[in-house]
Design a protein around this ligand. Structure first.
Ligand code: 3SK
Length: 508
């Protein structure tokens, strides 16, 4: 239970300063370290700029656009402290995509890293709601840093209600149609007091690092909210590609890492000679974790990867595991505070062992911004996800596929991710995506798109070898009847495989 009036920014930063922890490290970055006190001063000055110079009033929606930089953290929390609503956007988005978000969320103001300003300036010129764009990370006299210089160090937080919206997180999901999901001040605390408290069990001496963008709630939670809730620190290296993450681990000595299976696989290839001994907790989310990746990481590092499934709609992870309670291949159990069930097409719970749609209920939940998909996604308070799961008799949840990723071939139900998991254990396969391709005889056939590892040239012999490999590992009817070698796979800005894009290609 939280008080009725609460501003989340105060809980994540000011509380540490007020309780004597101001000098503790909050952010390690290429330029040094910001303490909680330093971060608080910056947040307050930015909040003054937002109100005094940009005319922010509580409830205004403010678009943010930056990579994972310390200033991105400061502007995020400043908007919330000033009673605004953050709409953080992925750095990779272009003007067309930003325009959709600006229009849908009725954005009034934007704070953007100067290096990423061009696209949003184009949007402002044609927008009927976006009235000001301010750049940061620049020496320009009209930039945010120059304006901050003349502002006081203290800003009185806006007296928000615990269930005022403070964040609209957009998800293009894996389907490509953006939806805005609204989250309250209390939701930001709730993910820390459920998932992070019970499954991460971090301490103030932990240091967090990872690759998900702060504009993705996976990154916001894992790299800002979870550490800051307990006065721990975060490391924000300039770059977060897998090899940069290895550099960051050697440089900052983090203890907790959040990233996706693809990044663990890429790090594994470059691991020999690197020192990642500071890590004690490795969290894999954003995509289902293939058992092959789990095994390879454990063999190479001795660390058990802990998996979680989350959703932008739920803000963060709602089923997960601890290193002590990992069953390889299973996602885990519902996070304390959440309940989960597997339902059939009629909405009724199916028996354990039967695949069905995953539904979840908890302290955070889906509230779409002006989107009729709300009634499909939320039924009787339960959030019905797009994932097919099986629950076992011990209450563990096992991922099968996105519900629309099940391939029905000659009457067999085949989960694309299962076939991907097998292919990934073959030495020639770096990445792969498995979808259904239309077929006159079987309705659908299993088709694999494969990025080969360096040194493995695509050839009919390699196709035959991979097919035989899958047949030997799992039921032969699941083997990919078609295999195509590609240079890269289509992924969302957050790195998720876009199987819908592969399906489109496969059906041409
Ligand atoms: O898996 C996801 O998509 C996700 C989304 C939001 C927050 C956390 C996670 C893992």
């Amino acid at each position: 239970a939280y008080p009725d009036r609460l501003n989340a920014a105060v809980e994540f930063v000011d509380r540490h300063v007020a309780e004597g922890r101001g000098e503790r490290a909050a952010i390690h970055h290429a330029g040094g370290v910001w303490s909680f006190a330093e971060l608080a001063r910056r947040i307050d000055r930015i909040a003054h700029v937002l109100v005094d110079e940009m005319g922010l009033v509580p409830g205004n929606r403010v678009l943010l656009r930056a990579a994972n930089t310390p200033m991105m953290v400061a502007v995020y929390l400043a908007v919330i402290k000033a009673g605004g609503i953050v709409v953080a956007t992925m750095p990779l988005l272009r003007a067309k995509e930003l325009g959709v978000i600006v229009d849908k969320a009725r954005i009034s103001l934007a704070l953007v890293d100067a290096r990423l300003a061009d696209d949003i300036l184009k949007v402002r010129d044609g927008s009927d709601c976006l009235r000001a764009v301010l750049k940061f990370g620049t020496d320009a006299p009209d930039g945010l840093e120059a304006l901050m210089a003349g502002k006081p160090d203290r800003f009185e937080p806006v007296d928000t209600a615990v269930d005022d919206v403070c964040l609209i997180a957009f998800t293009s999901g894996t389907t490509g149609v953006p939806k805005g999901t609204m989250h309250f001040h209390r939701d930001l605390l709730a993910i820390c007091d459920t998932y992070a408290k019970h499954l991460l069990r971090a301490t103030p001496d932990d240091r967090f690092v990872g690759s998900p963008p702060l504009a993705f709630t996976f990154g916001l939670g894992g790299l800002v909210l979870f550490p800051f809730r307990i006065g721990a620190s975060t490391c924000l290296p300039d770059k977060t590609a897998p090899l940069d993450l290895l550099d960051a681990i050697e440089r900052y000595r983090p203890t907790v890492i959040f990233t996706a299976p693809t990044a663990y696989r890429a790090m594994l290839n470059a691991l020999p000679g690197r020192d990642i001994g500071s890590l004690r907790l490795c969290i894999s989310a954003g995509e289902a974790l293939p058992k092959a990746t789990f095994d390879a990481w454990q063999a190479a590092t001795g660390i058990v990867l802990t998996e979680g499934i989350g959703a932008t709609e739920m803000l963060h992870i709602f089923i997960g595991s601890t290193p002590e309670d990992v069953t390889p291949g299973a996602t885990g159990r519902p996070v304390p505070g959440y309940r989960a069930k597997v339902i059939g097409p009629d909405g009724a719970e199916v028996p354990d062992g039967t695949p069905g749609r995953l539904a979840v209920i908890g302290p955070t939940g889906c509230r779409y911004l002006a989107d009729e998909r709300q009634t499909v996604y939320v039924q009787d308070g339960w959030n019905v996800t797009g994932d097919t799961y099986v629950r076992d008799a011990e209450g563990r949840f096992w991922y099968q596929a996105r519900s629309d990723d099940m391939i029905v071939s000659a009457g067999y139900n085949i989960a694309g991710p299962e076939v991907e998991g097998v292919l990934l254990t073959h030495p020639a396969v770096a990445e792969c995506g498995v979808v259904g391709a239309p077929d006159d005889e079987r309705g659908m056939i299993v088709k694999a798109y494969i990025v080969p590892k360096p040194g493995f040239a695509p050839s009919p012999a390699l196709v035959a070898e991979l097919q035989a490999f899958v047949k030997a590992e799992i039921s032969p009817y699941k083997y990919p009847r078609a295999i195509e070698f590609v240079e890269r796979l289509p992924r969302t800005e957050t790195g998720k495989l876009q199987r819908f894009a592969l399906r489109e290609i496969a059906s041409r």
